[in-house]
Design a protein around this ligand. Structure first.
Ligand code: RRO
Length: 314
């Protein structure tokens, strides 16, 4: 029998696939649909302390193999999502899910994590250090001293399972530097990658950018980000201590993409752009495709090949 189950921080998930934060997870209806789906878990839209309308539209544009967005953190505020995950936990105590938070300041992040620490929520928290789209707020993940300071403050008091969502890195020395910081903390997981920030899509016919915020600059997702995502998953898997599990996000369209992320070291994968296109039925298709690949190769669980990517040096 083939199983797609995975374990992170001592919690088992029946399926190693789930949505990526931001896509079809902003309101209760979307989250209920994820609960009903074949996904192994859900993550809620990144929350700020108060609700936010986000950036002006058009703020997302899709292409065949890519998406660009500058949503600007539209969300219903932490209370809304914390209430949802706590109610869900009461209904389904054996299921673990992810609550995403993305304060636009250190103070906001600490205030939200204090509120979560003091609540009855026992699930996972994904601290988003990589939102590329809030005007005037650089991505924390690119400022290593700041990442260090944030984690130092957080782990002063926070004792529940926590992971961080990172931006893509593009130099091996940056993998070394971020891993050296992350390895100092009791992180449950690291999620890599967020969208490739501040890219520009141009419409040659209208001679115009395709989204309104920030003069057209936005984060890229979709099929074209897969090589960058795989490099980040692999780069981190080779450097992080084994207790920190990796969630691979970026460029997943089919079962082969999931397989590649796991080969590079992912224990779980998240799907953003393609989940936006396809909705909850995506998880049925991906599960079927990955199961077929594993059966062909004689693998019965993802642990049979997780992180076992070969290089020409092996
Ligand atoms: O809301 C957004 O604009 C957004 C966020 Br918070 C994020 O983390 N990544 C992204 O591509 N968009």
């Amino acid at each position: 029998m083939t199983t797609l189950a995975t374990t992170i921080g001592g919690k088992t998930f029946d399926n190693c696939m789930m949505n990526a934060a931001g896509v079809r997870c902003q309101n209760k209806k979307d989250l209920d649909a994820l609960v009903q789906s074949n996904a192994g878990a859900y993550v809620t839209k990144s929350a700020t302390p108060q609700e936010r309308a986000g950036n002006p539209s058009p703020r997302m544009h899709t292409l065949l193999k890519a998406s660009i967005n500058s949503m600007g953190l539209p969300n219903n505020g932490l209370d809304y999502y914390l209430d949802y995950v706590i109610r869900d936990q009461q209904k389904r105590p054996d299921s673990t899910n992810f609550l995403s938070v993305a304060g636009t300041s250190l103070e906001d992040n600490l205030a939200m994590l204090h509120q979560i620490q003091d609540s009855e929520y026992t699930g996972f928290v994904e601290l988003n250090l990589s939102c590329p789209n809030v005007p005037g707020k650089p991505q924390v993940g690119y400022d290593f001293d700041r990442v260090h300071a944030v984690l130092e403050h957080v782990f002063d008091f926070y004792t529940k399972p926590l992971g961080v969502k990172l931006p893509p890195y593009f130099d091996l020395v940056h993998f070394d530097q971020i891993a050296a910081i992350l390895n100092q903390y009791p992180l449950t997981f690291v999620n890599s990658i967020n969208s490739i920030g501040n890219a520009l899509v141009v419409d040659p016919r209208s001679e115009q950018v395709v989204i309104r915020p920030k003069g057209g600059f936005g984060g890229i997702g979709g099929a074209i980000v897969k090589p960058t995502a795989l490099a980040n998953v692999r780069g981190l898997a080779l450097r992080l201590k084994p207790e920190i599990k990796i969630i691979g996000t970026g460029g997943i369209i089919n079962g082969v993409d999931v397989f590649e992320h796991i080969l590079c070291g992912a224990s779980m994968v998240q799907i953003g752009t393609q989940f936006g296109y396809e909705g909850p039925a995506l998880f049925d298709r991906l599960a079927k495709e990955l199961t077929e690949i594993m059966a062909e190769k004689g693998y019965s669980s993802i642990e049979d090949f997780r992180g076992k990517l070969k290089t020409f040096d092996d």
